[in-house]
Design a protein around this ligand. Structure first.
Ligand SMILES: [Fe+2]
Length: 193
């Protein structure tokens, strides 16, 4: 699967639109790859899940920066637009034959294990790659907050994952995450703060 040029173009578009979303996407791609490798998946599948992590929020490239950058609470109308970013992502990928394979991961990255996510899929109805990305997405969002020290964020991120096992997250993946996390954090030492 040779998709590097298309992925590069899309990531560049995201970087120009909103740098922090781009940085978050790189972190999620790294974490998702580590989890997919930790599960012992085939290389093709690891690649698909890594790309899904990198492009999970590509739909935000279609959302106005006035919404993405808004510091204050979003209005109901703005929040409704924001919630459509998985759908916008799928539309963007539909223009790329080579990347259609990651569309389900992008579509369902806000699903929850307990069925309380955007589309209400539950447990194994959610594609494995989307479950992996959901976990990586949440962990990076929690630990990258600028408001607190990284070490404090790390502690509360770990706690939140543990508490979310079997509710928000696939419990098997949370366990795996704690196994692979030390190596990932070492590799991600260049992460965005
Ligand atoms: Fe998202």
């Amino acid at each position: 699967m040779s998709v590097a040029p298309e992925v590069g173009v899309l990531l560049d578009r995201l970087r120009k639109h909103r740098l922090t979303t781009y940085q978050h996407s790189c972190n999620v791609g790294n974490l998702a790859r580590a989890l997919a490798e930790g599960l012992g998946l085939q290389q093709d599948e690891v690649t698909i899940i890594t790309l899904g992590g990198l492009l999970h929020d590509i739909g935000k490239a279609r959302i106005r920066t006035s919404i993405l950058h808004k510091a204050a609470r979003l209005t109901t109308a703005e929040w409704e637009v924001m919630r459509r970013h998985p759908e916008f992502g799928v539309q963007i990928l539909a223009n790329n034959n080579n990347l259609e394979v990651i569309a389900p991961l992008v579509a369902y990255h806000h699903e929850r294990w307990d069925g309380c996510g955007y589309y209400g899929l539950t447990n194994n109805e959610i594609p494995l790659g989307a479950r992996i990305i959901a976990l990586a997405d949440s962990f990076d969002a929690m630990t990258s907050s600028r408001a607190y020290q990284y070490s404090k964020n790390l502690q509360s991120g770990i706690q939140e994952l543990a508490e979310g096992a079997g509710k928000q997250f696939d419990p098997r993946l949370v366990e795996l995450f704690f196994d692979v996390m030390p190596a990932v954090l070492k590799r991600n030492s260049h992460r965005a703060s």
